[in-house]
Ligand binder design. Sequence first.
Ligand SMILES: C[S@@+](CC[C@H](N)C(=O)[O-])C[C@H]1O[C@@H](n2cnc3c(N)ncnc32)[C@H](O)[C@@H]1O
Length: 275
Amino acid sequence: MLKEIFFRVPKDKVDAFSDELIEMGALSVTVECLEGSDIIKDEASFEAQYWDENRLSVLIQQEDEIRFSKLFFEESKAVPEIDWVLQMQRNTPIQIIHNQLWIVPSWHQVPKEAKTVLLLDPKNAFGTGDHPTTHLCLQWLIEHPVRDKSIIDYGCGSGILMIAAKKLGAHKIQGFDIDANSMLVAKQNCVENGIEPDFDLNGTEGDIVLANIHLGPLLTLVDTLKGLLRKKGILVLSGILPFQLPKLLESYLPHFELESVDTQNGWMRVVFKKG
Ligand SMILES: C[S@@+](CC[C@H](N)C(=O)[O-])C[C@H]1O[C@@H](n2cnc3c(N)ncnc32)[C@H](O)[C@@H]1O
């Protein structure tokens, strides 16, 4: 049996107290505004903005309640196991990427001021938008003209980049993933966003190819990615750590011209142009 215990915590204590609770064995800590509004993550700092007074809803095992009682919680109540999922959902905020793209989980209302909206729930596939490697690709899509371009996401995971590209005006989007479950999730997410998914890359050439994959696979995919790009097309790679850059360049520079290298939260995005 699980129990939910509640604390009232000021803004400057939320992070440290949450860490303490997790170290003590809490299963999850959800921060709620006492006024009842959603928390919106600040995409620039990757940190949640807390209110002056916050309510921490903490999920624990029933047998741990005596141990947690020394922290003087306000209230405790028994919860069925299913509430674990609800806690996770409530802890997934709306994300705003560069004031352009709004990633909205289904349990939130789409804010009136949202411009381009991407409906996305966390599922069993990589790509909710909060990881820096995905964020770097989303940022590139926002900052470059993708309208009327054909875009391929190689290693599509949840399909987040395909959907974002389409919503930002791309005329054709395609994806592929080595993981069959990711393909299913991507398909589902495309449909939920009113987009017809296309996963057949046979004979395809895109104007832009995105690949947010780790270095190992990227080193084996040079010819594949080159084959998927039209002449003068742009290749956006993400998921690279700074110490891996020389190895990546060694493999890609004989085939592509280097356009840019950018870093965010310790991850790199490397952009090439096909000659
Ligand atoms: C870091 S996730 C990126 C997901 C999504 N595109 C994003 O940006 O959030 C990398 C994805 O690449 C897939 N992947 C890994 N190696 C691959 C390969 N050799 N070919 C195709 N997909 C691959 C993984 O299954 C995973 O879904």
